[in-house]
Write a protein that binds this ligand. Structure first.
Ligand SMILES: Cc1cc2nc3c(=O)[nH]c(=O)nc-3n(C[C@H](O)[C@H](O)[C@H](O)COP(=O)(O)OP(=O)(O)OC[C@H]3O[C@@H](n4cnc5c(N)ncnc54)[C@H](O)[C@@H]3O)c2cc1C
Length: 185
């Protein structure tokens, strides 16, 4: 939504629907160019997926988020907002909770030691990660769900092996589906 154009071809007044990080960033950028902005948000508070919530006296991300050194656009935005000095950089580690225990999965050694997966499951997961890390053109993946992509990839990778190892495809899908659903969620 927008109103009259100024002689220089820019809008004087703009309404933005959605007060998530995208809408708020756009509002901030436009406002700093002297455009009048109205932000329309359906929820009681702004933030969208980046909202926080109070839990046991702490304020937490409602959905887990991490800011990495490589997030240059976000770091630039925080700089422009004057809050980048509040960032505290910590080493990021990843873990899974399984069978009543936390298992670190942050480096190759952790991966080899990771008890919730058998050796063959690890080999299958490693092959998928290796393949995915070599994809250069990601644009066509925008149209595909993770589950469909994994199914297609694994079918291609394993079509030849299927004759040798009965039921391997079915077992592979069974193993990867929870990962796919988690990534998709
Ligand atoms: C578990 C999880 C972890 C994530 N971790 C990361 C991370 O580490 N790093 C990262 O970069 N990204 C991460 N993301 C993704 C990131 O949160 C989103 O990409 C980003 O917040 C999307 O922002 P957005 O403004 O586009 O949309 P949203 O945050 O969805 O905001 C849309 C807003 O529009 C409002 N709205 C919708 N329809 C209307 C309407 N008709 N009228 C008025 N208001 C409306 C909604 O209420 C909402 O507030 C994660 C997401 C999830 C779920």
């Amino acid at each position: 939504m927008s109103q009259e154009l100024e002689p220089n071809g820019r809008f004087q007044e703009v309404a933005i629907v959605g007060g998530g990080i995208l809408g708020m960033t756009l509002a901030f950028r436009l406002q700093s160019q002297a455009v009048r902005v109205t932000l329309i948000e359906a929820a009681p508070v702004t933030g969208g997926l980046t909202q926080s919530q109070a839990l046991g006296g702490f304020t937490w991300d409602r959905f887990y988020h991490v800011i990495l050194n490589s997030d240059q656009h976000l770091r630039g935005l925080l700089q422009d907002l004057g809050v980048s000095h509040l960032l505290q950089w910590k080493t990021t580690r990843t873990g899974f909770y399984s069978d009543g225990k936390f298992h670190s999965l942050s480096d190759t050694v952790d991966f080899l030691r990771f008890r919730p997966l058998s050796l063959s499951d690890k080999a299958r997961l490693a092959a998928t990660i290796l393949y995915a890390s070599r994809i250069k053109n990601w644009r066509h993946l925008e149209e595909v769900t993770v589950t469909d992509w994994l199914r297609r990839l694994l079918k291609e990778l394993l079509d030849g092996l299927c004759n040798l190892v009965p039921n391997v495809l079915e077992r592979l899908f069974g193993f990867l589906e929870p990962f796919a659903l988690r990534v998709r969620a």
